[in-house]
Design a protein around this ligand. Structure first.
Ligand code: DGT
Ligand code: CA
Ligand code: CA
Ligand code: ZN
Length: 583
């Protein structure tokens, strides 16, 4: 049985949990946790890296971890893990994943003979936890609530960014309208634009937290109050999303926002930098310390994040790249790139209409795009073999051209081009003959079928499309649907190499169900010189507003405007597609 990157990441994550329960030092624990995180986001197959002897090029993978990866790849097993698992029961690891249970508690339960979530639940219901050291009736109830939400979470995993962000924004808007609120921000993984969200972290600055706390726990979104404190409260929304709110004085705003924006890996690195300058850094402040760690002066707080980073000798770092993927080194060298923004985008090259499975006509889509500030668009309905999606026969494709040309003529200087989203068929062929696609302004090729084919087969199909001189863009290259469908098992090295050679663009599909290419791959593609497009794949007017998720993903990929073809002027775009033998 061949282990995937994800299997190996999961193993390391569990090892980190087991070590933490055993009370290992945090650095040893984080070594495995960071490696797991890096492997999960890795753009390349570990098997390929191992074959090249390049495992240690993966962030957080040193000699010891690389040896463990090699062992797993070669034997399918890891002796180190098996030994730990004999010592720490898997049920105890699961108990650690319950809200409100840290490694110490998990160990305490384990010592009392509780080695599964079910046993913990029974013990709590029978009132047997309250007499344990450091516990009481209240913490027993908390544990039961934690178990409940753990069960729910196990069932529906992390929430998509597109489901969490609008709720977070609406809650923050309510809070910002309260008297005495000076500042407010969504922190945590949402601020970093991660494609999936564990929980929402809201921060508000005010001198008078109590009324804000009271208002927060009674917002219309609230289904359950998990905690209601003086400066911190937590609730669960009707959709099962946990939202934490912290209120703090504005003088501490910068220090707190920096801390709660994360990521954890980024914060560990900034904390080490602070230590090297003689300060400890936590959510509250920088505190000057002696060599042995004893505080020797007044804590320092900052009201802006810029001041926090400046104090560390760093440029301000955009939240989307705070993952300890090299941003701290770049900030120290004053080389943080100017990341792409929504305002840089001038076109949308992937949109559907009522000709296939869209909700609006060509003209309506164009008007909606123009109203959102786009200067030109390409209409790309589905091709003939996509029958469920109303794919166009050659005849209908020709008929559509007249409608597109009419909208184009009537709406100038706004421009409307005719393209297509062409199926890459399961047998590897393309859905129209070359002489048909040669007549189109722009051609997308996409994988929608045969996504579970073996790596060689599905890769060969994609390469065939990339090498076709009439194809300009690959739509949502890996075909993933977040939380629903894994990406196709593509040889991305071969894909990126072919894309660079043929001059074709690869898409960051902005739909929050897709966000494909994902950030790590998009970053690698851009570094190799592959052109990137950010498109909404809109089937309705509302879909066009998903562009922000594509931009967040592009920023996580360190992309600047120069990497992205949607920042081109009309003239640049026309020159490119003409140069590719069309128009
Ligand atoms: P999520 O909620 O799983 O999508 O991810 P985050 O990044 O929002 O994580 P969360 O909600 O647990 O914590 C918010 C931020 O607070 C996190 O990004 C960094 C900071 N933070 C939380 N716990 C720790 C910690 O144990 N150590 C450090 N250094 N920072 C932490
Ligand atoms: Ca969070
Ligand atoms: Ca949180
Ligand atoms: Zn599409």
């Amino acid at each position: 049985m061949a282990l995937t990157n994800r299997d190996i990441a999961d193993k390391f994550e569990t090892i980190a949990d087991m070590l933490q329960i055993k009370g290992e030092i945090i650095h040893r624990v984080m070594a495995y946790r960071n490696a797991a995180g890096a492997i999960r986001e890795l753009a390349r197959d570990l098997r390929a890296l191992a074959a090249e002897g390049e495992l240690e090029s993966v962030p957080f993978v040193g000699k010891i971890i690389a040896e463990k990866i090699t062992e797993m790849l070669e034997t399918g097993k890891l002796e180190f893990y098996d030994r730990l698992a004999e010592e720490v029961p898997p049920g105890v690891v699961e108990i650690l994943r319950i809200n409100g249970v840290g490694p110490k508690k998990a160990k305490q339960f384990w010592d009392a003979g509780i080695t599964s979530v079910a046993a913990l639940e029974t013990a709590a219901r029978e009132g047997k936890l309250r007499d344990m050291p450091g516990m009481g009736a209240k913490s027993e109830t908390k544990i039961l609530e934690g178990i409940e939400s753990h069960k729910r979470r196990a069932a529906n995993t992390r929430l998509r960014l597109g489901d969490a962000l609008p709720t977070a924004e609406s809650m923050l808007r309510h809070l910002m309208g309260l008297p005495g609120v000076l500042k407010g921000e969504i922190a945590g993984s949402i601020r970093r634009g991660k494609p999936t969200i564990g929980d929402v972290d809201l921060l508000v600055a005010s001198h008078d937290p109590q009324p804000i706390m009271d208002a927060f726990v009674t917002l219309p979104e609230v289904a359950r109050v998990l905690g209601h404190g003086d400066t911190k409260s937590s609730i669960e929304t009707h959709s099962g999303l946990q939202v934490d709110l912290r209120v703090l004085i504005p003088e501490r705003w910068g220090t707190a926002l920096q801390y709660f924006s994360g990521s954890q890996a980024h914060n560990i690195h900034t904390r080490e930098l602070a230590l090297s300058k003689g300060y400890t850094l936590n959510e509250h402040a920088f505190t000057p310390v002696d060599k042995d760690g004893t505080p020797n002066g007044d804590p320092v707080t900052f009201d802006t994040e810029e001041a926090v980073y400046d104090f560390l000798g760093l440029q301000w770092i955009p939240p989307e790249i705070r993952e300890d993927w090299g941003e701290i080194e770049a900030a120290a060298a004053k080389r943080i790139p100017t990341l792409i923004t929504l305002d840089d985008i001038r076109s949308d090259l992937h949109m559907h209409t009522t000709w296939s499975d869209g909700k609006l006509s060509v003209r309506e889509m164009a008007e909606q795009a123009r109203a959102r500030g786009r200067e030109f668009i390409v209409i790309t309905d589905h091709s003939q073999s996509a029958t469920i999606a109303g794919g166009l026969t050659v005849e209908r494709l020709l008929a559509q051209r007249e409608e597109v040309r009419r909208a184009d003529a009537e709406m100038r200087p706004f421009r409307v081009f005719q393209g297509v989203e062409m199926e890459i068929k399961a047998d590897g062929g393309l859905d129209y003959p070359d002489e048909v696609i040669a007549e189109l302004d722009f051609v997308i090729a996409s994988l929608h079928v045969g996504l579970r084919q073996p790596r060689e087969q599905v890769t060969a199909r994609l390469l065939n499309a990339i090498r076709n001189p009439h194809v300009d863009l690959i739509g949502h290259p890996r075909g993933q649907l977040i939380n629903e469908r894994d990406p196709a098992d593509l040889d991305m090295d071969a894909v990126l190499d072919a894309a660079r050679q043929s001059g074709i663009a690869l898409e960051i599909n902005a739909n929050p169900h897709r966000l494909d290419l994902e950030a790590a791959l998009a970053r690698r593609a851009a570094e190799l010189g592959v052109k990137i497009a950010i498109d909404t794949d809109a089937h309705s007017a509302a879909d066009m507003d998903n562009l922000r998720y594509g931009i967040l993903t592009a920023r996580r990929a360190w992309l600047t405007a120069a990497h992205v073809i949607n920042t081109w002027s009309l003239a640049q775009f026309e020159e490119w597609i003409t140069g590719r033998g069309k128009s």
